[in-house]
Design a protein around this ligand. Sequence first.
Ligand SMILES: Cc1cc2nc3c(=O)[nH]c(=O)nc-3n(C[C@H](O)[C@H](O)[C@H](O)COP(=O)(O)OP(=O)(O)OC[C@H]3O[C@@H](n4cnc5c(N)ncnc54)[C@H](O)[C@@H]3O)c2cc1C
Ligand code: SF4
Length: 338
Amino acid sequence: MRPFRYERATSPDAAVATVAANPGAVFLAGGTNLVDLMRLGVARPDRLVDVRRLATDTVEPLADGGLRIGAAVTNSRLAADLTIRSRYPVLAQALLSGASPQLRNLATTGGNLLQRTRCPYFQNVTTPCNKREPGSGCPAREGDHRTLAVLGHSEACVATHPGDMPVALAALDATVRTEGPAGPRALPVTSLHRLPGDEPHRDTVLDRGELITAVDLPVLPLTARSRYRKVRDRASYAFALVSVAAVLDVAGGTIRDVRLALGGVAHVPWRARRAEEQLLGAVATEENLRRAAEAELAAARPLRDNGFKVPLARDLIVRTLLDLLEPLQRHDPTEARP
Ligand SMILES: Cc1cc2nc3c(=O)[nH]c(=O)nc-3n(C[C@H](O)[C@H](O)[C@H](O)COP(=O)(O)OP(=O)(O)OC[C@H]3O[C@@H](n4cnc5c(N)ncnc54)[C@H](O)[C@@H]3O)c2cc1C
Ligand code: SF4
């Protein structure tokens, strides 16, 4: 590892100013991704600005009934929060499906959103990679891409976003709050990450030195009926091959509202808007769920070795929505008819 300077930021403004003005400076939170990348030589900062004590590590109610999650809240703390567990179960489930208890004790909300791809070539500095070294090429296209993207990828990059929590936040229509060189801003979490296009080295729309301070969850009565399902190579301690976050509201057997997001399939947490459009107002039958999932995945462009993700994502969407319908059926068989 190269030598670097460590400092604990004293205020958000000072942290933003330092990172914005120094190309070699980066924010440090739990360090569970950044320090790994430094050890591998993928990240080569000369200055770490520790921001863990700047953002709050609390989950607080907002005046409109929503919740504000401080960027320093750890994944463990957030998953254990009673309000999150009862009102936003999809978020607690996504968090608990990620990494290990030890890692979740360190990993923060801000850092989790900005973790980098697990593409094997990105992590190996002896190989070319457009994300690591723009213009050097993408060996994953013809090489090892079994775990990589089937939706929204480009000639330049077929990487996936590896996170679980961001997929749940996408389904929950969360808002990310930042402080940056141009001042504060709030952006939908679904606009935070970018598709790779010709600039795969840019994971997000954040400016250099822009600090995530919090994530806001809106008040949505339907979020109490929500679910996260993740398929991976091992039962634990593995990234998603495909995951689904779903929020569902059904009345009289008809879908009144639905939010769906997919993980493990794209460079971004993938909000499944095509499926949502097809499901809104539809009768909640398994056939309709399957048709909507197929409509979403019609845009998939699998590579040689990751075509299995397409039927897997389809079946996982259907299974996750059926999970949410089953309790309704038990209580009132006329309420939902899968
Ligand atoms: C073995 C292993 C298995 C894992 N499995 C999973 C898994 O299954 N699912 C999953 O979702 N994750 C998994 N992870 C990833 C883990 O969740 C992330 O490493 C963690 O969430 C990153 O958070 P952190 O606070 O440690 O971030 P750091 O490593 O400190 O930072 C990550 C990035 O975010 C930037 N950053 C941090 N905070 C801020 C902020 N407030 N504003 C702006 N930029 C910021 C840093 O500069 C850096 O670029 C795994 C990690 C490991 C090592
Ligand atoms: S998929 Fe993206 S991250 Fe992986 S080698 Fe290609 S350019 Fe690099």
